[in-house]
Design a protein around this ligand. Structure first.
Ligand SMILES: Nc1ncnc2c1ncn2[C@@H]1O[C@H](COP(=O)(O)OP(=O)(O)OP(=O)(O)O)[C@@H](O)[C@H]1O
Ligand SMILES: [Mg+2]
Length: 321
């Protein structure tokens, strides 16, 4: 049986499960916020090995032997019991999170797509850029700082052609509500108001002039490249994501990249011990590709919907269920 670890609001997971049902693949969905309500975890350390069972409120029981593979999507922190005092809720959530992390560690590493430890290790943008460059990708000149002098020098050395963006990521989620700190051009106005911005460090990058954005979805040995035609609308030239969230219809197109870029995308995915990654690239008007970042657990459902790439099938095949 395939265990799908996620949360109740994960629409991509609904889409994935639809395909599992069409292919009659047995699965179990674990919405982690429900721990303590719709399921319990019992871990026993008697004897030589640790063992565990997941008990569902409807009577189902899952043990190690039942789990063939795990698809780790978007788990969230378990809800704290409503009747706890506010001061105890954080303690309750933290303890519950730790039990979940313990369970993850008891499930054999080879069964995961992808293991949370690998996801975490792969998630640092600065390391990604360093490795990408080392492997042979082009990357934009980059500076990470909250020092006015450093930022000013960087902007001047690129003649004002600079964007800034979040170091970790720009998405802020609360349930179904998503807000986003978009990539911004930084000019003289930004420098004049530097004190208002510089409460947090940011990534500053030379602005690469795009023909289009590229989203590469790597699943095992499959490389699905999609052009996102962000330069067709003035509102999406700098950052296409905000309008995409508002269901602004940006043209997406399945494309073929030069073979060495497919290979680089697989290489960086393997470098981080991942079976999956969603890589953001820019293709320039001159036909060059620049690496921006690797999302180790990035979204893919909209790419399948817009291009018809068989991403769900590729994931299922990779899970070997
Ligand atoms: N150096 C750059 N030059 C031009 N555009 C860029 C540059 N960096 C990012 N962008 C644009 O900003 C948008 C988001 O890019 P990117 O994925 O790098 O941002 P991010 O903040 O790191 O994303 P996330 O929130 O997914 O981590 C895209 O539209 C991309 O083309
Ligand atoms: Mg991105």
């Amino acid at each position: 049986m395939l265990l799908v670890i996620t949360n109740k609001f994960d629409l991509a997971c609904d889409f994935f499960i639809l395909r599992l049902k069409e292919r009659s693949i047995p699965f179990l969905r674990l919405n982690t916020e429900d721990y303590g309500n719709s399921f319990q975890i019992n871990i026993s350390l008697a004897g030589y090995d640790a063992s565990y069972e997941i008990n569902f409120a409807d009577g189902r029981l899952v043990t190690n032997a039942d789990i063939k593979a795990v698809y780790f999507r978007q788990p969230v922190s378990p809800d704290a019991p409503h009747d706890l005092a506010e001061s105890d809720k954080e303690f309750s959530r933290r303890e519950a999170r730790e039990i979940l992390r313990s369970l993850w560690r008891l499930i054999n590493h080879g069964k995961w797509f992808n293991h949370p430890k690998e996801l975490w290790l792969a998630s640092n943008k600065i390391e990604q850029l360093t490795i990408a460059q080392r492997l042979g990708f082009k990357i934009p000149d980059t500076c990470v700082s909250m020092s006015e002098l450093t930022v000013r020098n960087f902007i001047e050395s690129h003649e004002g052609q600079v964007v800034c963006k979040a170091v970790k990521h720009g998405f802020l989620r609360q349930g179904l509500d998503v807000q986003i700190a978009t990539t911004q051009r930084v000019g003289s106005e930004f420098l004049n108001q530097f004190g208002n911005y510089a409460q947090v460090p940011m990534i500053f990058q030379e602005e690469i002039h795009k023909a289009f954005d590229v989203r590469v979805t790597v699943v095992g040995d499959n490389v699905f490249a999609t052009a996102i035609h962000s330069q067709q609308h003035p509102q999406t030239i700098v950052d296409w994501r905000l309008l995409d969230l508002q269901e602004f219809d940006i043209e997406h197109e399945a494309i073929k990249m030069p073979a060495h870029l497919d290979e680089l995308c697989k290489q960086i995915t393997r470098y981080f011990n991942l079976k999956y990654s969603a890589i953001d690239l820019i293709k320039t008007v001159q036909g060059e590709y620049f690496f921006l970042e690797l999302n180790p657990n990035g979204e893919w459902a909209w790419i399948e919907q817009k291009t018809g790439y068989p991403i769900r099938d590729a994931i299922i095949d990779c899970l070997r269920v």
